[in-house]
Design a protein around this ligand. Sequence first.
Ligand SMILES: [Zn+2]
Ligand SMILES: [Zn+2]
Length: 127
Amino acid sequence: MMADTGDLHGSCLCGGIRYRAALPVFHASHCYCTMCQKQHGAGAGSYANVASAGLVIEQGAELITEYASSDDGRRDFCRVCGSTLFWRSTQSPDRIAVTLGTLEPEYTGPVKRELFVETKPAWLPRA
Ligand SMILES: [Zn+2]
Ligand SMILES: [Zn+2]
């Protein structure tokens, strides 16, 4: 079980960007949409949804590059190492999703949502 208070901590592959995000996590998800697959170069984008007001960029804010992947979708990544960091919607400015793979220590909460399962790749391991 994860605590409801405190912070998640994360960083990118090169270590240039460090951030923290205040708990609680409202929900965590694996998203199999084709945009997440492309951006992550992987079978899914895995995210924890938190309050945007609790996100603090502790280091390397100047390295964060944002890509508008749709009218309202914004995807933030490190311009040096390419790590995917955040996803947000301009229609829900109070929330932001942080990538589970950039969290340190490892995320230990539940991941209850699977999104866009209709485009989940067949080459992912089966449960
Ligand atoms: Zn980096
Ligand atoms: Zn997605």
